[in-house]
Design a protein around this ligand. Structure first.
Ligand SMILES: [Zn+2]
Length: 493
């Protein structure tokens, strides 16, 4: 039951049974970040999506090698074949070495992915560290006759390739349309066809990121690193290649063509793509300038944010949508996610306090708790349907709360079953962790007890000035105080 996993393959546009090429091993390659800016919400979605895939494959017992690259060279502004390197632009503006920029933002990326509880991949190769592999791949494609050299640059010959293979099979693009639609660009006269793409670019004298090659000093085309590094670490035929839907074309289409041309066959069995995060219906991205960084989310320091949102709220918000659906950002949606997550965690806490009722235990694998567990597996096996898993967890909370209210009974095996469901699905697979303020939390609690004691004393002595001052200050901080028979309780809204 647990390993009849179906995944949606973008290449065939159908859900297929996942059958690892070489079980119990599974290889997964995911396109990682281009490190030239702070990570934003658009980075969080693919990282969390493929973290979910990684975690579930591990749970099913696969020995997963997960490779996610770091693009530190070759990704040109506006994702084109001409123009400046994104990292070189940042380096020039900030007067830094390009590798200083890449190191700085790669470190920032790790900090924020760690906060989101995204597991680190097995290997995180950098494009700049794999020049020899990339040059060898260009040479192989040249030798096979699917590329040509012009003035120290090498281009992939899409028209020649299309005589034998289907360039466009992943993205559904039609070659004739590509040739007709591509705008004429400066320097494009080097290309035989507008649809051709750069494998190697000659470095102009002012270009600071350059490496020697058989064709002169230059740098690799952006699509090349993923073909070279995925096959280096996962073999020339591996299980899963993932990335955002925005990478379907031309990036992944070109990866397929490069591998087919260099190796003689395709390198990927299943292509997985997560959909995009939109903000007011518009795509988010560094290039579009409408992005909110993760730092801004965590601290609430962006004009369009009503408050700070914790890393787990962001993670839960993303997992509440299926990875192939679009996800539209709004304060309301994030606040709802925050509320929902708190409800799940509170349910888990209540579960720990429940006492079993002396019911005769059901045979293992029977009853509503066993059904609930099965529905969680069914959801994950149906192309990683995290929103359906979350719906089942809420059903679990309903049962827990109902037992806490003494409206129904739970036997000892049922309580254990519920705990297993939460431990497995909420924490291990969805990757939620409890966010406790740690030492800070204790300090805040201690201070609040002190403030409330002063407030109580001022009321007893009818010092209304002090009591009102405390009330107003707490209101400003959105702290609500509830007075009861056993003293006062406080809560941050
Ligand atoms: Zn890639």
């Amino acid at each position: 039951m647990e390993n009849q996993l179906f995944i949606h393959n973008t290449l065939t546009r159908t859900k297929e049974i996942f059958e690892a090429i070489n079980p119990p091993f599974a290889g997964m390659y995911v396109c990682g970040p281009t490190v030239y800016g702070d990570p934003h919400l658009g980075h969080a979605r693919p990282a969390i999506t493929f973290d979910l895939v990684f975690r579930y494959l591990l749970h099913l017992g696969y020995k997963v090698r997960y490779v996610r690259n770091i693009t530190d060279v070759g990704h040109l502004v506006a994702d084109l074949d001409e123009g400046e390197d994104k990292i070189a632009v940042k380096a020039r503006v900030e007067q830094l070495e390009p590798m200083e920029v890449a190191q700085y933002y790669a470190d920032r990326y790790f900090i924020y992915m760690d906060a989101l509880n995204v597991k680190r991949p097995s290997i995180e190769p950098r494009a700049s560290g794999h020049m020899i592999e990339q040059i060898l791949m260009v040479q192989k494609i040249l030798d096979e006759g699917y590329a040509y050299e012009v003035n120290g640059s090498v281009y992939f010959d899409v028209e020649k390739y299309s005589k034998s293979y289907n360039y466009g099979k992943l993205s559904g693009r039609i070659l004739e349309d590509l040739l007709a639609n591509t705008r004429t660009l400066e320097g494009q006269d080097e290309k035989h066809n507008a649809a051709d793409f750069a494998l190697w670019k000659k470095a102009q004298p002012e270009h600071i990121m350059r490496w020697p090659s058989p064709w002169g000093d230059g740098f690799p085309g952006w699509h090349l690193e993923c073909s070279a590094m995925s096959t280096k670490y996962l073999g020339d035929y591996f299980d899963i290649h993932g990335g955002g839907m925005d990478l379907l074309f031309p990036h992944h289409e070109s990866e397929i063509a490069q591998c087919q041309a260099a190796i003689g066959h395709e390198s990927v069995k299943y292509w997985l793509h997560n959909n995009m995060i939109t903000i007011n219906g518009q795509k988010m991205g560094k290039s579009l300038g409408n992005f909110i960084t993760l730092d801004q989310f965590f601290t609430g320091t962006h004009a369009s944010l009503q408050q700070a949102y914790s890393p787990m709220t962001i993670r839960f918000f993303i997992l509440q949508a299926h990875y192939r659906s679009t996800l539209d950002f709004s304060n309301e949606a994030l606040q709802a996610a925050d509320k929902g997550l708190k409800k799940l965690l509170a349910g888990y806490e209540t579960l720990g306090k429940l006492m079993p009722s002396p019911l005769a235990p059901l045979p293992e694998g029977e009853g509503r708790i066993a059904d609930l567990q099965r529905s969680c597996y069914d959801a994950m096996n149906d192309d990683f349907n995290s929103p359906m898993v979350i719906a089942s967890l809420f059903e679990g909370v309903r049962i827990i709360n109902s037992a806490a209210d003494k409206k129904e009974d739970l036997s000892s095996p049922e309580l254990t079953g519920l705990k297993t469901i939460f431990d497995t699905f909420l924490f291990e697979i969805l990757g939620i962790k409890e966010e406790k303020g740690g030492d800070n939390h204790e300090v805040v609690d201690g201070l609040m007890q002190l403030v409330l004691a002063i407030r109580q004393k001022s009321r007893e002595t009818k010092d209304w000035g002090t009591s009102d001052q405390i009330r107003d200050a707490l209101q400003k901080l959105k702290i609500t105080v509830k007075d009861g028979k056993d003293g006062s309780a406080w809560n941050i809204e």
